[in-house]
Design a binder for this molecule. Sequence first.
Ligand code: WTA
Length: 667
Amino acid sequence: MLRCPLQLVRLRLPVRQLSDLTTKFTGLGSFSNLNYDQLQSSLRTDSSQCEQFWKLIGEQQLNWMQPFHTVSDCDLKSAKIAWYLGGKLNASANCIDRHLATRADQTALIWEQDEPGNQVYITYKQLHAEVCRIASLLLQSGLQAGDTAVLYMPTGPPVVYCMLACARIGVAHSVVFAGFSAEALAARIQDVGAKVVITTDQAIRGGKTVELKRTVDAAVKSCPMVERVFVSTRTGASVPMGSIDVPLEKNAAACSADCAAEPMDSEQPLFVLYTSGSTGKPKGLVHSTAGYLVYTSLTHQHVFDYRPGQDIFGCVADVGWITGHSYVVYGPLANGGTTLLFESTPAYPDVGRYWETAERLGLTHIYLSPTSLRMLLRYSTDFVTKYDLSRLRVLGCVGEPLNHEAWEWYHRWVGGGHRDIADTWWQTETGGVCIAPRPSAEGAPILPAMPMRPFYGLEPVLMDPATGAEVTESPAEGHLCMRRPWPGMARSIWGDHKRFAETYYSQFPGLYFTGDGASRDAQGFLHITGRVDDVINVTGHRLGTAEIEDALDSHPAVSETAVIGYPHKLKGEAVYAFVILKDGVSIDRLGDLRRELKRRVRDRIAAYAVPEKLLFTDGLPKTRSGKIMRRILKRIAAEDYDSIGDISTLADPSVVEALKQHHDLYQ
Ligand code: WTA
């Protein structure tokens, strides 16, 4: 677990007027006159106020084809979550068509290609035509409302067109991050039951090409349900085209640029996005149409103080993760904004890339990961200061705890010592930002390296894992849960609602359990300490230790493995695998085996999952009932030998000494 000490440094920030907040909620009835604390306390204490708040927000944020009759029908005890019942709407129409009257010629997307200086601007009018053509093509190919399609594409306009084209005709998309291996992709295609896969010939990132179409070819071999693979052109390289493969752009060009947006029920799944859990295979989290769009558009506006028509939102996340879904695509477009599609890396062609891009494109917002900050701060600050960042107004980050060093660097060098830092905490499951300093835009101080305040209507609670009771005092630490439902939360795990209920709603009945630990300071501000389950967070990407263990265990020479995360200066956490080999495996093979095992993880999951450290050992610390004591392995990996604690309950306590020695030798 990563921990940052609480540090209550008051920054001198310009004091904003209460009216800043009230004007944001114009048209919201009696809520318009409340400041953040008043609003939160009224929503917390009065359910009917909460209902009324989300009703007005729902009506205000979206265009409805048929109004909803019931704001919410939720019971967290039974993992039942439903919002805006009776309503009909279309997400694509909300992200495009409704803006055409006023923003047809405004830039919707700026595609920042891998090679700097090749940006492409796409207006709302163009976005409409491209999305309609692809939606028409998908309809022609036999896709219908209720089907699913997998998108395995790099960040760029085509993936956005395809997401919105799916939404237009009621097909749930499942974007798979284009760094996943063929096996991982196949598992997701099978799980979601996709008839159609959309991919790209090759991706380009950091000057390197990545073979996406070939990976899809390997994946679909084990996916008999796939009837059609559409192939978008990025590099134009010649890639093998088989009988089910269809060039995307060539065929879409022949289709109608007018395709009606289908009215969908509020609760119709908009997309499925896979993420790692602490056990078993990755989970396909299902997000709804109405609630998700209400919540992402609202948080995009308030957490980042986004002003459509003036601001250029620069979220540099890959579209394949939830951050890309919510704050590259749906939030900004639902708000009629201009959003960046960043194809490159923070270090290409040099470590000034983000700031050079920010100056050249005039970004007003940048939203990035703590991992990239930790990497960038190792280099000269000239890479930042030589660019004019005066248009930047809000600096955001997400994905991992933002440590103090990175916060200070971001604030001082990128933020000129005065711009707001929005350290936003949220998850694939939550749909949008849940905790961030910004919703309270009323001059309250922003404290370094903590997300601080819950978003409107949310009620985080800390729970004691030992007693299962709420921790009510402050300061305190505990497992982070949410008491009240909100529209953006995930509805289910695709095809496995039971697992959904067990994973998130059984540990603390009546509450959503996040899987994270948090601390609350004396003023009630929240700091996230990291995962408390068997999920590790490597460079801001989630991995389940069980997934990696499964991959390693599949090797014929392996008898047993235990995988843990350990603190890593750059990656946040890195993967450490303890491996017991089968009897009779020759010691001469250890070098080869190490390579083979790493390769196996790369092939089964993705490059970022490959263990940084892999230690062969004869034994693992187990209880007498055979449970591996991961706590001990974590301490060994962190070389925190003094706090290993009581080992007398282990079946064989001598294992610990042997592991320490092996670990020391291996360093
Ligand atoms: C971690 C990313 C500390 C956390 C949007 C969470 C954070 C997991 C923060 C979700 C933050 C995200 N401070 N930790 N500001 N933001 N996390 O699903 O452990 O990819 O549970 O969603 O990232 O990762 P996911």
